[in-house]
Design a protein around this ligand. Sequence first.
Ligand SMILES: Cc1ncc(COP(=O)(O)O)c(C=O)c1O
Length: 398
Amino acid sequence: MTDIAPRDLRPLWEQLKAEAAQDTRTNIGFPGATDITHEQLADLMTGVLLNNIGSPYDRGHGRNHTKDLEIEVVNLIADLFAAPASRWGYVTGGATEGTEHALLDARRRYPDAVVYTSAAAHYKIGDLADKLLMPLVVIGTDDGGRIDVTDLTGELARRRDRPAVIVAIAGTTMTEAVDDVPAIAAACDRLSIRRRRIHVDAALSGLPLALLPVDGVPRFDFNVRAVTSIVVSGHKFLSTLTPSGVLVYRDPPQAALSAAVSYTGTANVTIPGSRSGHTTLLLYAALAGLGTEAHRARVRRCRDTAQYACAQLCRIGVDARRHPHAFTVYFPPPPAHLTQRWVIPADDRHGHLICMPQVGRQDVDALIADWKLPMQPTPAQRGRLSRLLAAGATRAQP
Ligand SMILES: Cc1ncc(COP(=O)(O)O)c(C=O)c1O
């Protein structure tokens, strides 16, 4: 066994802080808000063990938890989505965990269920269906990334004797398109598919749209009677600065009814056993510490910056687009020289930038200035070029 000798880690922490500060100006491709910081929680975050093991609704044997606040967080989010009093939810480690929970609950209810989602869904949804051994049907999208409801209806019709679990997306990863959930529900109704679950993966756009709806963007909250669960990420709009999420069900999932585990004193209803009690503090600080008006102002600012970015990109000839509610501006994959400095994720169809609250017009201007620069060689190209030049210089010697 190798001993670990204690080290002075302060230089490492300083270096990491400097790297993070440097990165924050050019990281415009991923939807993590960083504008709300949590200095007031420093003592609780770094000096106290908080474990919300098991169900938030059972206090359990341990006392070092934040379950009362967790239920408040769930209720604040549930209210934004118009959840009925029968609501149930918990603070997850992210939207992915919430979707896993919803799929698992669906499979427990309907062991022969088929999962449907769109080709623009987050890559983890395919993974989750695979892990849970649930058959997955991937549906096409329109140009902007919305699920093609006609295609979905056809696929549902082919399996109308099987229960359907539809994962609708409110804010697709690449273009932030919102699926038409009322139309999806109507398609199930027309086919008389009553054994069904509609889970909404609203990781990024759920909260902004609940706070400030936009005309023409279909609703996906619990007012749509067929919606069974919704999940949002906490580290996206709510700036929790560490991965988190909130899952809300219309009615408790089946596992919520199970008896408490004797060791923990709480129902075994969540995906993990031990769960962070600290992320609940961050979510509560962001939600209740700012209040809805301040969050609405953040939404307005993001949409305004995104509209500006889209216009500026179009001005320099980039085919940039944006859905009217979106923080995301998408465009054809950007030139390679740009991604050396800027974090701009791309697939074979689109690259995008996402105007989270910390992104300002000055960042957009800096990006536009770089976009207009002539193509710079990549480090690999530069190396090849200098080797070629060196070989040429050698040959040229007498
Ligand atoms: C539509 C969608 N769903 C889920 C996720 C994953 O969310 P999380 O990181 O909270 O698990 C993302 C992340 O970008 C996403 O865009």
